[in-house]
Ligand binder design. Structure first.
Ligand code: GLY
Length: 430
């Protein structure tokens, strides 16, 4: 039966969502995005250019196009209550309500929920509502700490004392934060992402992914939205032991149960960002949506019908058998404008080649007269899929190396040497 779907958002993640939905020929695709993403517009029956947090415009659009189900990509529309408003007019949503999305949008809510429900993996933390109390705490503690504003910061709000800033810098930063902040112990280990489909009750995990946030080779330079990511054919990561994986999954299940007791059952994607430490996985944060770039890894190997999964999540009827991933490795490499993330140069022409076998996802680019131009954020991503990590990396690397323009990417993402470093680091820590 034909169904009308709406994708909210216009980045690389949302292109992957749109592609996955469009694999079912019965899906009629619509999108609301703040800029025209040429990958999404090519797949859509119709689209609206509007702010992704303009709840009224999104509801009007959904009504006038008889949308049946919506898939919300980024966190900002979740925080703006887009899911709540769509549910009110009878549109089923893959994306939690504003209250349930607090697991991402309010870091103090997340930490308090974990504490109250005795959920494992909680780092030592303190919440401060007065910045001078935070300053006193920073002055009187020598250990490495992490400072986080409690609200959404677009991934740019976390400061690691000892690494990104010194103690004086930390004091200045704490004074600049408006509202509550959290100060936490600095976790040492290897990060991994565990995402899951959650239908209010069942939680069905996706393959583990490792993201690379730093701008430059060897995980150096400033943090970015994510320069690329990889996943393995067995859907695990070799530096995460079975017991550590089981512990991370249990933490996610406990969060879903805890949210249920708050009267806000969770329906959508739960994204756990974990630090695997010497004493097991600790929660860095939860997100209420797919990761970007991680969505591109997992959706590229989803062999079951994503449009059906979206319906089942929205209706609370998801079964394990609805979610099947190919046993393949994936490597995603983001192409970014020169100067990204601190001083991105935009408006430059990018030329793509055809002689590669990687999947192409558009992100923040402008299409004018048949040519592509950079904007200020990540431009586009190539995803290589292969039987081994090396095959997937070669595919993504080949595609990325053929691109011409004032852009760059990280050549090291998905290389086996990077993986061996991770395995070695975890062995040392354990
Ligand atoms: N890849 C990190 C994020 O989506 O927040």
């Amino acid at each position: 039966m034909t169904m009308n779907y709406l994708v909210v958002g216009g980045g690389g993640r949302e292109h992957a969502l749109a592609r996955a939905l469009s694999c079912n020929p019965e899906s009629v695709l619509h999108a609301v995005m703040s800029h025209a993403n040429p990958g999404i517009t090519a797949l859509c029956h119709d689209f609206l250019i509007a702010s992704e947090t303009d709840t009224e415009a999104i509801v009007r659009y959904a009504k006038s196009h008889q949308i049946d189900y919506a898939v919300i990509g980024p966190e900002a529309p979740l925080h703006a209550g887009v899911t709540d408003a769509l549910l009110e007019i009878g549109v089923g949503c893959l994306g939690p309500t504003r209250a349930a999305a607090q697991i991402e949008t309010d870091k103090a809510f997340c930490r308090r929920l974990m504490k109250e429900h005795h959920i494992e993996g909680l780092p030592a933390y303190r919440i401060f509502s007065d910045s001078e109390d935070a300053v006193d705490f920073i002055r009187s503690h020598d250990e490495d700490i992490v400072i986080k504003p409690i609200g959404l910061t677009g991934g740019k709000g976390v400061k690691v004392v000892g690494e990104q800033v010194d103690r004086e810098g930390a004091i200045e930063y704490a004074r600049s934060i408006q509202g509550e902040m959290i100060i936490e112990e600095r976790l040492i280990g290897e990060e991994f992402t565990l995402m899951a489909f959650v239908d209010g009750n069942s939680l069905i995990p996706m393959p583990l992914v490792q993201d690379h946030k730093r701008a430059f080779e060897g995980d150096t330079g400033p943090n970015t939205g994510g320069m690329g990511s990889y996943s393995m054919p067995d859907h695990r990561l070799p530096f995460v032991l079975d017991a550590e994986y089981a512990a991370a999954l249990r933490i996610m299940q406990d969060i879903v149960q805890a949210l249920d007791t708050t009267g806000s059952p969770y329906r959508g994607i739960l994204y756990g960002q974990f630090m695997n430490t010497a004493t097991g996985p600790k929660v860095i944060e939860f997100n209420a949506r797919f990761g970007d770039p991680e969505a591109m890894n997992v959706l590229s190997i989803l062999s079951s019908d994503f449009s059906e999964i979206a319906i089942r999540v929205a209706e609370g009827t998801l079964r394990q058998s609805d979610v099947v991933f190919e046993k393949k490795a994936t490597v995603c490499k983001y192409i970014v404008p020169a100067g990204y993330p601190e001083k991105p140069e935009s408006g430059d022409k990018i030329e793509l080649a055809d002689d590669h076998d990687a999947l192409l996802y558009y992100a923040n680019v402008e299409e004018k007269d048949g040519s592509l131009f950079t904007r200020t954020s990540r431009s586009l991503a190539f995803v290589g899929v292969g039987d081994t990590l090396a095959d997937a990396e070669r595919s993504a690397e080949n595609a990325a190396s053929l691109i011409r323009g004032n852009v760059r990417y990280r050549t090291d993402i998905g290389k086996e040497a990077v993986l061996f470093d991770r395995i070695h680091h975890m062995k040392e820590l354990r």
